[in-house]
Write a protein that binds this ligand. Structure first.
Ligand code: FES
Length: 258
């Protein structure tokens, strides 16, 4: 198995897509794991979005917003819209929600005008992301997708520069946001490393006092799931810290509310 293939299996857990509907308040629809492909110097995540799982996309002008989690670089959410094919020559369009003016996210599609409005300074874009009016003066980024004509949309998202996968690089790792969060008495933590590594995961209170050792030892699996009992902790904000081979790796905010 090549180096890329070995890392690819691991990265599937790393780049998780979270899909929410555009219906306000944005409703969580589910999690999508990508298929990974090389594209020059980048890794592309191919996210298979099934219309059976995301019924919001079935009607014309239906849409969903997708957040790609755990990318090492910031990546804005992506909006997919079902458009009338006779007008746009395609069934679905995917655009980045990030306005090219100062980076504010665009609002949901106006249901009558079929325009996006920037939440920052009001620039308007059509459904294909083309600039219409306002201070941005540039189009929204459009992402490539393939529709199989039946039930599945394959959305392509650039995820990771390939040179980051150099053999000499430290072990790759991930710590997902605990779920649910806020939590009452229990919450689930998912983490993993690409190679066996010494991992410590600790929970701190807001003053920086360690309140729990969540995990300590050799992590030998790409994917680990822990159920954390927080029933004895008082309500408030806490911080989960992951340390990999002695180096701080990731922090997640844990909220306990009852
Ligand atoms: S950030 Fe969108 S118009 Fe300014």
């Amino acid at each position: 198995m090549s180096f890329f293939e070995k890392r690819r299996d691991f990265l599937k857990f790393f780049f998780l897509g979270t899909v929410t509907s555009l219906i306000t308040p944005h409703k969580l629809l589910g999690f999508v794991k990508p298929f990974l492909r090389k594209n020059g110097n980048e890794i592309l995540g191919i996210y298979g979005i099934s219309l059976d799982d995301y019924p919001e996309l079935i009607p014309i002008w239906g849409s969903v917003r997708i957040k790609i989690e755990n990318t090492l670089m910031f990546y804005p959410k992506v909006i997919i819209v079902h458009v009338p094919k006779e007008e746009y020559e395609v069934d679905f369009i995917a655009i980045s929600e990030r306005c090219p003016h100062e980076g504010y996210p665009i609002k949901d599609l106006d249901p009558d005008l079929h325009l996006f409005e920037c939440s920052g300074h009001g620039t308007l874009f059509d459904v294909t992301g083309k600039y219409v009016w306002g201070p941005a003066s540039r189009d929204l980024e459009r992402l490539h997708l393939e529709y199989d004509g039946d039930k599945t949309i394959y959305l392509e998202v650039p995820l990771y520069p390939l040179n980051k996968l150099d053999e000499k690089e430290d072990v790759l790792a991930f710590l997902n946001q605990n779920k649910p969060n806020p939590c009452e008495n229990y919450t689930t933590i998912v983490f993993g490393t690409s190679e066996p590594a010494e991992v410590n995961i600790l929970l701190f209170d807001q003053k920086g006092n360690e309140v729990m050792l969540v995990f300590s030892g050799k992590c030998i699996s790409h994917y680990n799931e822990l159920l954390l009992d927080v029933s004895k902790l008082s309500i408030g904000n806490y911080f989960l810290k992951m340390i990999v081979n002695g180096k701080p790796f990731a922090t997640r905010k844990v909220i306990i509310a009852r």
